[in-house]
Design a protein around this ligand. Sequence first.
Ligand code: NAG
Ligand code: NAG
Length: 495
Amino acid sequence: MHLFSGGGFLITLAVAGASNAALSNPSFGPSLNGVQTLQNSQSLKAPDDLRLLSNDVFTVLSHSAFPHHSVRVKRSDFCDGTVAAYTGYIDVQARHLFFYFFESRSEPEEDDVIFWTNGGPGGSSSIGLFMELGPCNVVNSSSTEYNPYSWNERANIFFIDQPVGVGFSYADYGEIVSSTEEAAVDIAAFAAIFFEHFKRFTGKPFHMAGESYGGRYIPLFAAAILDQNARLVEHGVPPVNLASVMIGNGLSNYLHMLQSWYEIQCTPASLPPVESISSCVRMKQAVPRCYKMIKEACFDVFDGLGCGAAKLFCESELVNIPAERNPYDLSRKCEGELADTLCYPITKDIVAYLNRPVTRALLGTDAIPANYSSIGWDLNRRFMALQDEMHPTQYYLEGLLERGVRVLIYVGAYDFICNWIGNERMTLNLEWTGQSEFVAQPLREWKVDGAVAGLTRSVGPLTFATIYGAGHMVPHDMPKESLELVKRWTGQEPL
Ligand SMILES: *[C@@H]1O[C@H](CO)[C@@H](O)[C@H](O)[C@H]1NC(C)=O
Ligand SMILES: *[C@@H]1O[C@H](CO)[C@@H](O)[C@H](O)[C@H]1NC(C)=O
């Protein structure tokens, strides 16, 4: 899920036996019983029309410009209780991407739209929704409670399970997605269809946000949307108003993260060193060697075999977090077994909550997958087999910056996996018009209610920020600071 990103290895190795037996036996769950169909979005013009959608059955929206795509959506008061909530699927031929959409608690007509995805690869966005930034938090296997720090305080927000094969998203005939490049095609279609049908949000500033492996997903997704806009205009469809990308504890450049694993474990970059001097000496010697191996076999030229061997060697040399520590937050002990709870036992309650028939009926999920799971292990393995994390991501960020798309890289300072040092290094090395000005700027403190919340550096469209006291999942650990960050960012105020 969001958590193990660069550390796909951590979880993948630990739970090699786990599998997502998703596509078999569609045995329960409300399916498409009683569907209303609205042809073309023309029939949904008035701003409030969406609110007239049925709570009980899906309404199907389609549009002549997208003959192979449609949206199924139903209304509910799910999770938030104070705003309109929607759940449904974007159907891209035989692929079905499940989403939740919550209107803003403030002024839905005025506020921006945020897209959220967790990482993994293979992680369901239910983690972000139910334990980080969503309108409610799961408190046990049968209940949720209102989250006053939800990002929909000031934005309309959707959470999507992607790619197909993750969470509630599935494909009819076993179609699979094995790389971020492929996943981006469905997401670009998703964004176009969403804005075409959700008329009250058409043209609203759109922010694409994600965490962890989202550092790889989001730059490619945003680029695909920008590149797709030309085609939308040709078809007379309004372009998606892509305003920014927001990446939390992301993995956008493996090479830089690899170097920083040493610094986080062996220097006081975040907390006092967590490793013995002798293992730090060994690690220090491996760093230049690993940098060279990974650079040559994975980045300069992609040599699958060499790259795989280098990754295996370097991760075993450089990732030595003691088992009792939480690799997503070095200030904490791991609660439960990493492989079982990801160090956060609430993740198990979220899965149990989403597997309750009453929850599934409320959401209107299809009968597939029979059992919801928060991690699509098959997908995770396919991405890792292709070494998707080694494909260049930084160039996409550079392309976005050069086109004026704002980029926020924020990082909880206690994370090991996708830590702040590696992310800072990634931002400093981005080659774009503002690079020298960005590099020349020192980090400065930013504050929330007069208290220092972290460090930041910002030039033009690029902002880097750390959040003190937070690990990998910033909104979970520092909810107030995280909401304030999002409010300032979407409000285009400096931090
Ligand atoms: C879940 O939490 C709710 C609210 O705190 C409580 O009423 C309920 O008994 C709890 N259920 C379980 C199974 O713990
Ligand atoms: C779903 O979970 C139930 C209960 O744990 C189990 O009995 C069943 O075999 C699972 N179904 C699939 C298709 O994995």
